[in-house]
Design a protein around this ligand. Sequence first.
Ligand SMILES: Cc1cc2nc3c(=O)[nH]c(=O)nc-3n(C[C@H](O)[C@H](O)[C@H](O)COP(=O)(O)OP(=O)(O)OC[C@H]3O[C@@H](n4cnc5c(N)ncnc54)[C@H](O)[C@@H]3O)c2cc1C
Length: 809
Amino acid sequence: MKTTARVVVIGGGVVGCSVLYHLTKKGWSDVMLIERDQLTSGSTWHAAGGFHTLNGDPNVAMLQSYTVSLYEELERISGQSCGMHKSPGIMLADTPERMEFLKMTVARGRYLGMETEIISVKEALNYFPFIEEKYFLGALLDPNEGHLDPSGTTYAYAKAARLGGATIEVQTKVESLEQKPDGTWRVITNKGVVECEHVVNAGGLWAREVGRMVGIELPVLAMEHMYLVTDDIPEVEAFNKSAGKEIGHVIDFGAESYLRQEGKGMVLGVYEQAGKPWSTKTTPWSFGQELLQPDLDRIAPSLEIAFKHFPTLENAGIKRVINGPFTFAPDGNPLVGPVQGRTNFWSACGVMAGFSQGGGVGLALSNWMVDGDPGFDIWGMDVARYGDWATRTYTNAKVRENYSRRFRIRFPNEELPAGRPLQTTSLYDTFIAQGAVMGDSWGMETPLWFAPSVAEAQDVVSFHRSNDFPHIKAECKAVREAVGVTEIANFAKYEITGPGAEAWLQSQMTNTLPKIGRLQLCPMLNHQGKIIGDFTIAKAADERFMMWGSSQAQVYHMRWFEQTLPKDGSVAITPYGMKLVGLSIAGPKSRELLQRLTDDDVSGEAFKFMDYREMEVATVRAMVNRVTYTGDLGYEIWVAPEYQRRLYESIMEAGADLGIKNFGMRALLCLRLEKNFGTWFREFRPIYGPFEAGLDRFVKLDKHEYIGKAAAIQEKADGPKKTRIFMVVDALDCDVMGDEPIWVDGKVVGWVTSGGYGHYVDQSLAQGYIPTECFKPDMTLEIEILGERRPAHLQMDPPFDPEAKRMRM
Ligand SMILES: Cc1cc2nc3c(=O)[nH]c(=O)nc-3n(C[C@H](O)[C@H](O)[C@H](O)COP(=O)(O)OP(=O)(O)OC[C@H]3O[C@@H](n4cnc5c(N)ncnc54)[C@H](O)[C@@H]3O)c2cc1C
C-alpha cells in the first residue's frame, strides 16, 4: 500500500468514487481511496438506482442535472456500463395544492433550462398506464429521469479514476486520523499509515464515525428504506410491446411512493410516515453487504393508497422486498465542503440520492479542493449550514420529519415542528403569551408575526396570501407611523480585537472601515470577486471592532475567517452567538422612546445615522447602532442575554403611549423590501459580483487592498453581466416567494431572488436578476407565479422613502 498521497478519500461508495474521479479530472492524480470492505459495501449496493434532476433548491437541481449528464462520459472513459435506462418521469398531483406545486416546479426549472412540463392525466397514461384517472388532477413530465445499475456506476467512477492515476485500496479500514502540526494528516489503517495533505470523509453509513475520529459530530442519520420488486406483470410487457418503450418513473405524492419498471415487473418504493431510524448512535463496523428485516406493516398505509391509485399492481406478486439504510442530513441535502475548525478535512456525506447527486458532489468538492472554490452556489449542500446546535438527537428528530415529508409540499409560510423549540431567548414565553407565531432561524426561535390572541397564533399554510396578512400589515403600519420593536437576537455577532484587527478586517472588506463610534456596511468577496458576506461593522475602540452578519452563515464565515486570519496571533475573532442578544426599535417615534430610556443625548445631532455608541439603556449596559433594516429611523440595542427581558419590558412600558407594537421577522422582511434592501443568501450570494448586486457604493476600488479587489475591478471594467432589478408585480392573491422565472419581452431570462407584499406601500414587490444585455427601461416584464405569467414593471427607486430621509431624521 502507498504510504503517501495528496488526498485520501475514506469510503468507496458512489460518492467517494465520484470524488476520486473528479479529483483526477481536475489534474490531481496522487489521490487514494480507502475502503473498509469492497466498493459499494455501504448503502450503495442495494440502492434502487433511480435518478432525476428535480430538487426544491434550484442550485442543487443544477448539480443533479450535471450528475445525470455525466453517465455517458463515464461509460465512455471507463468502458464500464452504468446500466442506464433513461425514461421520462412523471409526478402526479392528487390535490389542487400539489398541482400548484408542480406548476411552480416547472416554472422554477425554466431558467435552469429544464425541460419539464405540465401534462394532463390522460397524457400521463402514455408514460405510466396503470393510473386510476379519477384520483389525479395532472402531472409534471420530466424527460431526464431514469435508473441505472448502482454497482456498475460506482465501478465506472472507480475505473475512470484509476485511469486518471488514482489508487484504490479495498479491505482496508481507516482506524483513526491524526493531524500533524503543519496541518497534514496521518491516516491510520489496519494495514499501515498513509500521510496526506487532505482527508475526505465519504464514509456514508459510517460518516459519523469518521467525523468522530476528528472530534466532530456530523448531523447525519441513516433511515431504513423499503422498496418492493414485483413478479412479472403481463400489463407491463403488453405496454412495452404496444408503446415500444419502458414504463416511465412515477412519483405519487398521495401514496408517498415512487415506481418504475424492473424487468417485466415494477419497483415500488415508499417514504412512509412511520419511518424508522437505523443505528441511531453508532453504525456497527460489522455491518456489511446485508439487508434489514422488511416490515411491510410499516408501509402498509402508503401501499393501500398506491394500490388504489394503480389497481393493476394490487394483484401482482412480490418477488422481493429490499430494506436497507441510507443517510440523511436534517434537511435531506448533502453535507459537502471543508469542515470549519479542521484544516484540510472535507465532508462528502449525507448524500441521500447518490445517483442523482453524487456527480455534482464530486464536481463541487474537487473544484473546492483544487481551486479553493466550489465553482457553483452550493449553499444548499454546504456542511457549514449547520452549527453545533444540530446535535445527534436534534438530527434524529429532523431526519425523521424530513423522511416522512419526502413527497410532501413545503408551503412558503410553513414552519416544521420537529426538534423545536431548541434555542430560545428569555423573551420566548413573553412573545408566545402575546400571540407570537414563532419560526426556526438557524435553530433559534424567532417571532414571525403576532396574532391578536394566542388561540389565533397559527399559520394557515398556503401558496397564497394567508391569515397573517392583515396582522403583518398592522405591524408595518405601526413601524412606519409610530414605533415597533422586534427581536434581532438571531443575527450573527463577532468581536474582532488585537493590534492586527484593523489591517486584517480591512483586507477582507470592500468598504473602508468606520472611524471610532461609527458604523459601516461592508460586503466581503472571495478571490473570484463574488459576494460571500455583507456585514455591519462598528469601530468600538482602537484595536476593537464589533461586526454583525447573517446568523445562518456564522459557521460559513468563521470557516473563511480562520483561513485568512494572520497566524501570528495579532487578531482574535470571537463569535458571540447567543451571548449577545438584541432588540431593534424602529419608526418615527423610536428616538423619543430611546431618549426616555437613557440619560445619554440621543438627539439627531448628538447621535447620528450610522453612529455606534456604548451606553446605558433602561439601566442596562448596551451597544447601540443607529441603524435599522426597516429603512426607518431606528436603533439596534445589543445587550447580554440576562438583561434582555429588562430591556424589553422597559421598552414596552416607555413606548405604550407612543403606540409601540411588536413586529416579527415577516414584517421586517417586508419593510426592507419596500426599501429595496438586499438580503444575504437571496440577493447576495457567491454567484453574484458586487456590481451585479448593485453594491457599488460599498465597494472601493481606489483605496485599500482586499481579497477579490482585482476581480471587482475587472467586473467594473467589463461591466456587470447580470443586473439586480426591483419590480412591482401585478399579483392576484399570491406574491412571489423566490426562484420564480422573470420573462423579459416574452422570454425567460432571469429569476426572482425574493419578494412579497409591501404592506405599507400596498404593492406586491419582487427583486431578481436578469442579464444586463436584456435590461431596457421599457422592457416588458412578467413573473410566473404558480404557473401564471403576471405583469410586472421596473421600479427604479424604493417605493418607501426614496430619498432615504427617514433613516437620517
Ligand atoms: C433501499 C435503498 C434504495 C435507494 N434507492 C436510491 C435510488 O433509487 N436513487 C438514489 O440516488 N439513491 C438511492 N438510495 C441511496 C443511495 O444508496 C445513497 O445515496 C448512496 O449509496 C450514498 O453513497 P455513499 O458513497 O455516500 O455511502 P455508502 O454507500 O454508505 O459508502 C460509504 C463507504 O465508506 C466505507 N467506509 C466507511 N468508513 C470507513 C472507514 N473508516 N474506512 C474505510 N472505509 C470506510 C464503507 O465501507 C462504504 O463502502 C437508496 C438507498 C437504499 C438503502
